[in-house]
Design a protein around this ligand. Structure first.
Ligand SMILES: [Zn+2]
Length: 336
């Protein structure tokens, strides 16, 4: 069975002969950029460099998938946000929101997918598909309308509006949803085998009531309209909403170590595959073999389908640790 098949079968909760290892989010570290000769910010802006760095997730680190969208800003840049693309040791950011108020009309540019923010990752996905074929699952990444709301209006303005102008928020989410759909479908057409749908509906920024009231239905709609295997990624402690997420039809949930694997499994039941849950700070960055072995054992005991880091790895983590974790994950037997 090829690594691509391992990843895609595990994503659908189908039997695999060894644990699948992968990540829905970035595996790029500063020393990996040095190793392969493709660094931020160019790896966000140049399709060749982006594909080279993402490909190292398979060729050097030994994961079963590759994922080239390292930052959270691509579709927002294409929408018009003025993104500062960072550097090797710093992720990109954006200081000025695009709109000052939820009453401002959001216009989706007609050439959204041709703008560099979208066009570069689309080209990189096509390159990865051509290069890896069956050897690695090619995973794209889109952001959901909740995250796009933070980017377009600023976090504070957006969150305040969820309390004061819920109807305006619903209208904005409905418009921004179309950005996620356009970009996601284009990624699948470009060669992505599956998509990460990341939405920062983290507990401290989005109450369970807000998830239920604003987002659950939208996530369900996204799963229907994106027409591919979808991994939902939400950071932080999501134990109060995994029960809701399992009803959205998502294929897989990429969870944070703030939810213990036993709890994530109990809440997800058999309805949805689980990925990640390995702490970037306490496990990946530490890098001790016995810590890796214990973490992998724990994840396998709770039938986590795809092993890997909980979220984008810190830029200062050593790539050799990421490789050692993947080696350990592939080596351990699956529970009978
Ligand atoms: Zn995250």
């Amino acid at each position: 069975m090829t690594p691509r098949e391992h990843f895609l079968r595990a994503l659908q909760r189908q039997p695999v002969p060894r644990p699948a290892v992968g990540s829905a989010t970035s595996l790029a570290t500063a020393d990996l950029m040095d190793e392969v000769g493709a660094s931020f910010p160019e790896a966000h802006l140049d399709a060749e460099k982006m594909a080279l760095l993402a490909g190292a997730g398979r060729t050097l680190l030994g994961y079963d998938n590759v994922m080239p969208l390292f930052s959270v800003w691509h579709e927002s840049a294409a929408l018009g946000c003025e993104v500062e693309w960072g550097e090797k040791h710093r992720m990109p950011g954006c200081r000025t929101p695009l709109c000052g108020s939820l009453r401002d009309e959001i216009r989706i540019p007609r050439d959204l997918l041709k703008r560099p923010g979208c066009a570069v990752p689309l080209r990189a996905l096509a390159l990865l598909k051509r290069r890896f074929g069956d050897d690695a699952a090619v995973v794209g990444k889109v952001f959901g309308p909740w995250t796009l709301g933070y980017h377009v209006f600023g976090v504070e303005t957006f969150l305040l509006a969820t309390l004061e102008e819920p109807d305006a928020v619903r209208r904005a989410l409905k418009t921004l949803l179309e950005v996620t759909v356009q970009f996601g479908r284009a990624q699948i057409e470009a060669g992505a085998d599956a998509l990460t749908l990341a939405d920062h509906a983290t507990r401290d920024l989005c109450s369970p009531k807000a998830y239920e009231g604003f987002l659950r239905e939208i996530h369900h709609e996204l799963k229907e309209r994106l027409r591919g295997p979808i991994v939902l990624h939400v950071c932080g402690d999501t134990s109060d909403r995994i029960g809701m997420i399992r009803t959205t039809g998502m294929d897989c949930f990429h969870f944070d170590s703030k939810v213990p694997a036993s709890k994530a499994r109990a809440l997800a039941g058999d309805a949805i595959a689980l990925m990640g849950g390995t702490s970037n700070l306490a496990v990946i960055r530490k890098g001790a073999p016995e810590i890796f072995a214990a973490d992998v054992r724990e994840k396998l005991r709770h039938r986590i389908e795809i092993l890997g880091p909980e979220c984008a790895v810190p830029l200062d983590a050593p790539w050799r640790n990421l490789k050692a974790f993947a080696d350990e994950a592939r080596r351990q037997p699956l529970p009978v």
